[in-house]
Every structure is written in structure tokens, then in C-alpha cells.
Design a protein around this ligand. Sequence first.
Ligand code: SF4
Length: 701
Amino acid sequence: MTATVRTTCPYCGVGCGVLATPDGQGGAGIAGDPEHPANFGRLCSKGAALGETLSLEDRLLHPALNGARVSWDAALGTAAAELQRIAEAHGPESIAFYLSGQLLTEDYYVANKLAKGFVGTPHVETNSRLCMSSAVAAHRRAFGSDTVPGCYEDLDEADLIVLVGSNAAWCHPVLFRRMADAKAKRGTHLVVIDPRRTQTAQEADMFLGLKPGSDVALFSGLLVHLADHGFRDRAFVEEHTAGLDTALDRARQIAPDLAAVAIATGLAPQAISAFYDLFARTRRVVTAFSMGVNQSMQGTDKGNAIINCHLVTGRIGGVGQGPFSLTGQPNAMGGREVGGLSNMLAAHMHFAPEEVDRVRRYWNAPRIITGEGMKAVALFEAVRAGRIKALWVMGTNPLVSMPRADHVREAIQGLDLLIVSDIMANADTARARARTTVLLPAQGWGEKDGTVTNSERRISRQRRFLDSPGEARADWAVLAEVGRRLGHGKAFAWPSAAAVFREHAALSAFENGGTRDFDLGALADLSDGAYAAASPVQWPLPKRGGPKPRLFSDGRFFTFDRRARFVAVQPPGLAEAAGGAHPFVLNTGRVRDHWHTMTRTGKSQRLSAHRAVPFVEVNPEDAAFHGLTVGGIARVSTAHGAAELEVMVTDAVAPGHLFMPMHWNATYASAARVGALARGVPDPVSGQPELKATPAAIAAV
Ligand code: SF4
């Protein structure tokens, strides 16, 4: 293969189109796809360096059983036999799958079907729980569905963009350049709300450096301001929403006046007032939110506090306006579409009896589940407690990324069966051992075929342009083979990724009379040729009437009465207050040039040069007080673990705050895994763990 292939970047949820030209020697030239509507030819540093990450160094190339190379037949024979034995001995609910927003939609679909329809376990969880599950829960509470209302074009057309808990300049760089273009072309105001003065904050017109966890107070105060100062869209609220009075009463309790908001957020009253005025008098507002909102024990309420402000002004569904969840991973959205979270069933359906029956009939499933499974934090606690006996981890590295990562490491050793599907042999999770451990080599980016969905509901193709190395196989095909070995040949007989996609699309349209948001009916009969040539397209795509770049422009939502809901949110707070032995608040996040646990980006010297070693950001006042110097080593400790990192002194973090990146894994710096430090108290609605505010101490080493 040497012809240029149109594909999609495997990193963040912007979902940029990529042109890959194989060099015939296992590498490829990389360029942005000028025709892809997410990026129009642009790539960020990570996307541009994709060609530098394609080497086979450290790749997992052959199946292994308990550390010894075996044939695929032996590996899958053991996996299927052990799954069968464990289901019979301990019940199907002793089996769990832990998936990833890096998987393709086809992989996700087959895993979900196998687990929830045929093995009979509800415990299908994903690292997307750590990424955007609070946005999902907020959408569902407000709209009756997990629907992102707008599209990227709204960022081009907005007069005000409010970024909350988002360092888009580093984490969604190509999208941030679109925002910068809007600023240059039409004078769009950019407001950044974040405890940390990030690169994004430095490019903003207004920066509100609020206290961690106080977002709900800021947006409750905004709701009160909008409702009381003549900015309520009375017709929209009356005709298309419910629950404003209760939500407003609660907002008044949380934020009775500017002074109360100032105390709660730590912001100056004048700054709050300026933000409220700007928001109130700008019709075209997009409020984009990301991990600073989601990765919180109050993430769902934060999302709803934002959505409430758009509902009260009727600013949703129109050009250049609406709340907008910036998804972290390339296919977190596709995972949601197939139902790859433990509180979903399939195709945006949950557990109403008619939904369970519909999916059961569609799949002809012998063991359809009828209720939710465990969410990520609870799932790994159940592994530790011995209630989960078998775990299949696909395309993710929970030994680094889960909160209390050392507990996860110990827990996994006690499993009867650990199956790991990965592209890298040196990923921490791939090196873990249980009583029986099956390692399965997966195809990586450029080797596999399928689809991903980005933050604006746009489905794009990832296409193969390299040969599969060693014995690597597509994840969906491996899952299907296990399904067949478990005796379900007919249900897992797809000949291609295209056939899997057709079944997924047809399920989304099955008995869907427009009351469910997710509908790909127009793609249910896609030929193999049309799938191969498919251009990026946004859902919903019903048989008639799609696609729709914006939803809710008709004021009809997906609740039973088609009205959106205001949500009465809880007062702001943090899971654990800093003080005593742990007086600092430890924040975590990404750096510009690395992705997740660095198993791919760590291969590029150019990317690694941006931040070569794990570091901790400390305010100059704190550095002076604790004797910390630039480039010195500090020990950061919490009640849950400790890490040793290089000191970076910067006023990007406020006094009393620390920041450390999430990326470094055991290969690069075993003593710097951020997951080991965070307790990860879950949000009570979404189950998404708090990763942004752990009480911590710091000392020079
Ligand atoms: Fe890839 Fe995201 Fe960069 Fe686009 S912005 S090139 S999707 S990492």
C-alpha cells in the first residue's frame, strides 16, 4: 500500500481528518485532510507527529498465555474456556469488560453485545467513565438523551465563547485555533474559567481563576442574574422547559448575591459582574466544558448548572449558541453510541422494560441484562474484593490511569482470569499478571478499519494503510471469535467491520420512531463499497431527514413530554478539603504533546522534547516557603500515594495549589504515576471520579 489514505487522528475528541501516505517500509507521511470538516487540513503537534509513532518497538506481536508465547487458537481457547468456567462457577456477573475511548465503534459494539446479550454481565465499563460520563449524565437529565446540541461551526459563529475547565489550547488544539480565528475575524470574546492560568487562559479576553470546585456557585449566580435582570426567554421557558422555579430557588440559596458568589469562588465581585453582564447581553454564546467540569465529584451538577443558563435564555439549538461538551478521547462518543458504559444498554437505550425487550429481540440474545452494572471505581473495588473473577481490558491502561492505581495493580493480581488486548507489550496493564493471563495483540492505528465519532457527533472512518504486524488482529474480530467459541456462532458471524457497522446502525433505527436521539437508519444498508468510501457525517441520520448539525432548534427535546429540564443542583463542594498534613490542592491534567499514558507519543522524540520529564507546578510563594527550586526534585504525597517529580515554579497555579500531568507510565517514570495519588471519589450521579482536587503535601527531595 503506498497510495494516500483518508483517515482520522487517533488522539483527541476533535477528530481531525488525516491524509496518510505509506512509505512501503512500515512508516507513513502524515498531513491534515483539507476536506475534513473538523480541521480543514490543520493538525496539532500530536497529529503531525503520528508518523513518528508507527515503529514496531515494544509492540505486542503475538498472543501469550501466562507470559509464554502461544498460538491464537490456544489463547482464545483458554480465554473462552475460562470465561465459560467462571460464568458457571460464579455467575456471569463475575465477569467484566473494561474498554476504552480509543477503540473503534465496531470493536465497542461487539464487546457490548457479547457481554450484555450473550455472556449476561452488565459490567461493561470504559475509561470514558473518567473522561465524559458527567457530561453524559448532565445531558440526560436536561435533554432526556445524551445529545450534544451543537457543532463546531457554532464556535466559528459565536460572539462569546466561555471555556470552563478546559485547556483547549493544549488538549483540543485544532478546535482552539478555530476559536482564535473567530476572535480574529469577528471579535469573538473568549472567557476562560479555570483554577489554573493555562495556555488557554493566557489567550483569553477574560480569565476567571476560581477556587477548585466552585463552578456551581458561579453558574448558579449567573442563572439568578439572567432570570432577575430581564434576560429570561419567557416564551422558550414556558413552551419548552420544566423545573425552572425549583432550580432557581436552589440557585438563590447557593448564590443569593454577588458577595456570596465572590466568597464561594474566590473571585473579585467586579470580575464576576463583568462576566455576568457579558454573558447576559451576548445572544450567541457557546459554553464549552471539559475535564475540569467532568472529572469532579460534582461533575454532573456542574454540567447542569451550565446548561440551566442556556435554557433560561433559550440559547440552545441556534447558530453560535449552546452548551458544548468537549470530549477527551477520539471515540468516547462512539462508545456511548453503542452503549459501552455500564449504565447503558445499547444504541442510547437504557433499562426501561420495552428497551430491554427491544434489544433482546434485535440481538436474539439468550442472556440479556436487565439493569446497570458497576461503574469504573466500584468495578475495580469489586475486583479487589474478589467479586469480579474475570476481567477483559481492551486498549487502556488502568494501572496508570485509574485513581488509586496501586490498589488496581494489587486487585488485578487476584483475578482468576485477566485478558488484555493491547498494541503495546510494555504497557503497565499488559505486564500485569493474574492466575491466568491471556495477552492478545491488537491492531493499532493505521492497521485497522472502522469508525469513530467526534465531539460534534461526526462519524469518520479510520482506515487501514499499513499491514498488520506480527499476529495482531482487529479487536472486533477477536471478540467475535470468542462469541463463536462460547456457542453463539450466528450472532457473531460478521465477515467485516462494515457488516458490524451495518448491524449497529440498524439497531439504532430499530423501532425508533424519532423518540430516541441516536438514529443511523440511513446507514443501516450501507454497502461495503459505500462504507469503504464513506465521508464524515453527523448523526442523527434517520432514513429520512438527517443529518442535523444542530438539535433542539425546534424546542423539542427527548424527554417524555419533549420539554427540557432545569436541574436543581447541590451546593458546591470538594470531596476532601485540603488541610493538616495535606495542605495543598493537587490538580491533574494533560500536557500539549503527550497522549494518555504515553504508550504511543512516548515514541516520538519531538513530542517528548516539549516536556521531557514528569513535573509538578508550584506557585513561587510556596516554592520559596518550602525550599523548592526550579529543576529540583520534589516529593508530592497524598493520603493514597506519592510521586517524585521535577519542580516547575510558576504563577500559573495559585498559592496552595499544585498541578501534575497524568501521562507518565512505568516505562518512563515509575515514581510519577498520577493515578496512584488520587482517591477518585465518584460523582453520585455519573460515577465519574474526582481527579482535579486531591489534598496533598510537597517537600524537596
Ligand atoms: Fe489529533 Fe486532536 Fe490534534 Fe486534531 S487536535 S490532530 S484530533 S490530537
